[in-house]
Design a protein around this ligand. Structure first.
Ligand code: ZN
Length: 214
């Protein structure tokens, strides 16, 4: 787990303590001196699957964790930012690839309850494959499906996500996948939305496809 709760009150600096908040029905971090409640909520991480001529853009991390390993460009949203701008910014910072925020398709919505994070994965296609390796990366490359460095991927969920992408490619499907990522990085698809028509359908069939790590 890579997040840590705050220890001290941002208002007065007193050490925080867990306290029962009856209206919320749960314990929360609160300041015993000034009463300020420190709400903790999941963080939102965005990723961008960039395709050029059928190749997939991956970057090699220059930072811990998983230093020297490949992953999909992405990062945490900043305050006051839109999803689309966060995706374009992270992709630019890490890879130098310019994407059009208006041409992003939502691809995955993943709950990661054990990390208290939510991942929103977008996809887009670019016509200009020009790369500039950003300071957070050691290398950036477009990969053919056969060249994906499976043994050097950064996180178990990177592997799970790439498997999901290839699984969809083989079936020629473009959908919005609503998934849950477990602690081993496995993707469990709760359901997918294949078209706008699905959204308005009363009985969307639930497909549970387990995409194993191996
Ligand atoms: Zn305080």
């Amino acid at each position: 787990m890579n997040w840590q709760s705050a220890k001290y009150c941002r208002q007065c600096g007193t050490r925080l303590a867990r306290q029962w908040v009856a209206t919320d029905g749960r314990d929360r971090l609160a300041c015993p001196a000034c009463g300020d409640i420190h709400y903790e909520n999941p963080r939102i991480l965005v990723t961008c699957l960039v395709e050029w001529n059928g190749l997939l853009l991956l970057c090699k991390r220059a930072q811990a964790p998983a230093i020297g390993r490949w992953t999909i460009p992405g990062g945490f949203m900043e305050m006051q930012e839109t999803l689309e701008l966060a995706v374009a910014r992270e992709t630019m910072e890490e890879t130098g690839v310019v994407i059009d925020p208006a041409r992003l398709d939502l691809h995955i919505v993943s709950s990661v309850p054990w990390m208290s994070e939510v991942y929103l994965g977008f996809r887009t296609t670019v016509s200009d494959p020009k790369i500039t390796v950003g300071p957070e990366c050691l290398d950036v490359r477009f990969f053919d499906e056969a060249e994906i460095p499976w043994d050097d991927l950064a996180f178990p969920e990177t592997r799970g996500y790439l498997r999901l992408i290839l699984h969809e490619r083989r079936r020629g499907r473009r959908a919005i996948n609503v998934t849950r990522i477990d602690a081993t990085g496995g993707y469990r698809r709760e359901y997918h939305i294949a078209s706008h028509a699905d959204i308005f359908q009363a009985d969307v069939p639930t497909s549970r496809v387990r995409l194993e790590n191996d």
